[in-house]
Design a protein around this ligand. Structure first.
Ligand SMILES: C[S@@+](CC[C@H](N)C(=O)[O-])C[C@H]1O[C@@H](n2cnc3c(N)ncnc32)[C@H](O)[C@@H]1O
Length: 220
């Protein structure tokens, strides 16, 4: 409790772990809230949670409540899963795919991820997982970073086509990206044009600092 109060004045780190995938993982009390950070960016809760919450608002909480199943690629501390369950009251099935098993240990220990009944966490590479899964999803949240870097596969046709195939008609993709350079901005600009007229693509610039969000609806 004392750490929580003090954290309104100064961030208080309570756990630090090295990770091959994410370099460092830090659990910190900041402004009265427990957050998870990598070396150079916020990973879960804090600004990251606000960004994805906005994206879910754009899609519509009411609409999401009616969905059957959601796929979350990149789980970290699980803040978007918390938003889905606690705020939106989504009671369908959530599958979370995360490459770094250490991050899931932290999610369970500090953020109670394993206490949420309608979540199944799979430790796997998101790219591998989407090739293997036989399910189709109403909502696919793509939130994959290794510190501030986004793997190239996210922007390649093979992955885009596979995600589109896994999406149900009238389903949505929510894609969180970081634009730190002119090159990233151009990459995002090109991404928009990769979808045919069977999809409705919206881009929300500067959601917070360097984040740009995409929502993509499959129309038919
Ligand atoms: C910003 S965090 C995700 C935050 C999370 N969506 C939330 O709501 O709290 C990015 C996560 O992507 C994971 N990641 C990176 N590369 C991955 C990959 N190829 N497959 C699955 N997860 C990956 C990282 O380990 C990290 O936990």
């Amino acid at each position: 409790m004392i750490k929580k109060i003090l954290s309104y004045f100064i961030p208080i780190n309570i756990h630090k772990k090295n990770s091959e995938i994410n370099k460092t993982l830090e659990v910190t009390w900041a402004n009265g809230q427990l957050v998870l950070d990598s070396k150079n960016t916020n990973y879960s809760y804090g600004s990251l949670q606000r960004i994805l919450r906005k994206g879910l608002h754009y899609i519509g909480f009411e609409r999401i409540r009616g969905f059957e199943n959601v796929l979350v690629l990149g789980v970290a501390g699980g803040s978007v899963i918390k938003t889905l369950v606690d705020e939106i009251k989504f009671s369908g099935k959530i599958t979370g795919v995360e490459l770094d098993s250490r991050v899931i240990e932290i999610a369970n220990q500090y953020f109670g991820l394993n206490k949420i009944p309608n979540v199944e966490v799979v430790i796997d590479d998101a790219f591998e997982y989407v090739l293997k899964t036989k399910e189709k999803y109403d909502l696919i949240i793509i939130d994959i970073f290794q510190d501030t870097t986004m793997p190239n596969f996210l922007f390649e046709d093979f992955f885009i086509n596979r995600i589109n195939f896994l999406l149900k008609v009238n389903g949505f993709i929510l894609f969180n990206t970081m634009t730190l350079s002119e090159r990233d901005r151009k990459r995002n600009e090109a991404y928009k044009n990769r979808f045919s007229e069977e999809y409705s693509v919206r881009m929300y610039p500067k959601v917070e600092f360097h984040n740009e969000l995409f929502t993509i609806k499959k129309l038919k």
